[in-house]
Design a binder for this molecule. Structure first.
Ligand code: GLN
Length: 276
């Protein structure tokens, strides 16, 4: 019994030694971290949550290779956030879920080709405009009877939920022009329905419809002049003045540095896309 007691004592001593050495190792690591802090480097990085609806090329779309969301808006908001030393984390949300998500604090920023409108300005705050766009009418390639909005009498139109295109289509319906408005969650379906002929036309942002056509949807064509002139802004919740100012300042810097022009080129957007 006595012998066993001695062995136990030795065992405890060895264990104690091992534990204290391990603890020292950990201590060393945390001191290292503290030293970094003392040098003035940020101890914790700020990650801004960005919400977007990714069926909107070239502004936001799922990269089939990586399954990650990429596009002009993503690159631009990343560059803007980096000007303040911030990182971004992108979340995929329905277009009609973006404003509620911003208001509930689920996300910090909307970067989703969102048009600055007076109605939305009552709910959220926008940065300075970063893109000029407008709505375009698209029909099936073989369609010869719809050449402009005037030809939409009695026709079925597809749009994305919660968008300015949807508002326009509803207006045309109230005016007794469009017969039926088919509302879909995503723009890929809006386009597919035109190609399939289940609707006669779609109303969607011109640069996006153009990108669908250029990326292989040659069964669709744009007709008539742009129906509206719109500007996109990034949005934050009301009362987030600091964040809004950081984004506006960042946007200015990204334009001045030439990075903005680089991104227009990368995504094949014309120079006229830049708001004056
Ligand atoms: N610019 C349009 C809007 O704000 C469409 C945006 C979108 O579908 N992502 O309503």
């Amino acid at each position: 019994m006595k012998k066993i007691g001695k062995y136990m004592l030795v065992l405890f001593l060895v264990m104690g030694l091992v534990l204290s050495v391990t603890a020292c190792g950990q201590q060393d690591e945390s001191t290292e971290g503290d030293k970094e802090g003392a040098k003035g480097e940020p101890q914790e990085e700020v990650v801004l949550k960005v919400g977007t609806e990714p069926t909107f090329p070239p502004f936001e779309v799922l990269d089939p290779k990586t399954d990650k969301i990429m596009g002009f808006d993503i690159d631009l908001i990343e560059a803007i956030a980096a000007e303040s030393g911030y990182k971004v984390e992108v979340q995929d949300l329905g277009f009609d879920a973006l404003i509620p998500a911003l208001q509930s604090g689920t996300i910090d920023i909307i970067a989703s080709g969102m048009t600055i409108t007076d109605e939305r300005k009552e709910q959220i705050d926008f940065t300075a405009p970063y893109i000029n766009a407008g709505l375009a009418l698209a029909v099936a390639e073989g369609n010869t009877d719809i050449k402009s909005v005037e030809d939409l009498k009695g026709k079925k139109v597809s749009v994305q939920i919660g968008t300015t295109g949807a508002i326009k289509a509803e207006e045309l319906k109230e005016q007794g022009i469009v017969k039926e408005v088919k509302i879909y969650d995503t723009v890929d379906v809006v386009m597919a329905e035109v190609a399939r002929g289940t609707v006669d036309a779609s109303i969607n942002d011109l640069p996006v419809t153009l990108e669908y056509i250029n990326k292989g949807h040659t069964e669709i064509k744009i007709v008539g002049d742009p129906m509206t002139s719109e500007e996109y802004g990034f949005a934050v919740a009301k009362g987030k003045e600091d964040l809004l100012k950081k984004l506006d300042d960042g946007l200015k810097k990204v334009i001045e540095s030439g990075k903005y022009a680089e991104l227009l080129e990368k995504y094949n957007l014309p120079e006229s896309s830049q708001p004056k």
